[in-house]
Design a protein around this ligand. Sequence first.
Ligand code: PMP
Length: 366
Amino acid sequence: MKSPNQGNFAELVHPPIRELKAYQVQPAEGLIKLDAMESPYGFDRSLQQQWTDRLRAIDVHLYPDPHARRLKARLRRVFHIPDHLELTLGNGSDELLQLIQLAVGGAGRKIMAPQPSFVMYQIIAQYTRASFIGISLNEDFSLAEDQWLSTVESEQPDCVFFAYPNNPTGDFFNSSVIRKTAQLTKGLVVVDEAYYAYSKESMLHFVDQTENLIVVRTLSKSSLAGLRIGYMVSQPVLAAEFEKLRLPYNVGVLAQESAVFALDHWDRIDSGIQRVLSERKRVQSFLSSFDNLHVFPSQANFLTVRFLSQNAADVYNCLKNNGILVKNLDSSHPVLANCLRFTIGSADQNTAMVEAFSQCLGAASQ
Ligand code: PMP
């Protein structure tokens, strides 16, 4: 039977959601994927056998441990998280960023972040109907600190997000600005350390003294993107509130067990991180050898560059035609005009990128 509303059900959806564009993931089939900050390394061959043996022993007919106790204990041990701070786990750190906004955002609330930054801060604010205050970075990707702090003081946001280091610009914000922000606002200050594995610098030790500061991290960038494990460190009073919003069993049993396994062999994961860091140096010195290109400093597993004479979109298309997928940042924000972002891959992937890039730049300058 035909419903009288046939075809109009989308109109039921709240207008701010209808206006949104879904998070875009580029099709990557057949391409070397250097667009999403994934690590090029998984478990090595000898670990793979042990890992699959562990997975075989899992009871998938039962729900996972709802509190992921073993995983939390491993995270505490490997990342030195003190016992008096609480951990909340998410299905990726995306889920935690959403959970925080469900708790303190929504209609009538203000969310603030530098722009450009990780797009989900703003997308979540839009669909939870909070107002979003974005403060544009300078052309060199620095934060206009006076303007930032005076806006924090006058607007009194309910929640502020700093990606530390920032995606897609690659560097840290000044940690003293983050601390001053936490003093100036009664809202929460979220320090998103998604790239901590590469940057090794953290605001975690300030969570003790600064009760409105929260640190969010992910295992995604260090070889485990497919598991979708994020964790958040906060004061227990906040974690108790977040716990009410966390969906039951949000981290599956295979992901929990695999992450426990990875953390028990963290030295092996870490050696992949070290390889990526040394590859970053190589790619950085290659890219820096071009006069008409500005390579921004990076503390993460990607490099963002601005083309000074070529058109970034032409280079992006040329790389893609040569089998290399990077991220075209041009037109996503005015300060990202003519910028591309390169995730650091394995030595072989980077060599292929370097060859394609040299060809493309030759072609683009003709
Ligand atoms: N924060 C930042 C700054 C990111 O760049 C990303 C992923 N690109 C995330 C959070 C989300 O990571 P995940 O959901 O995979 O943990």
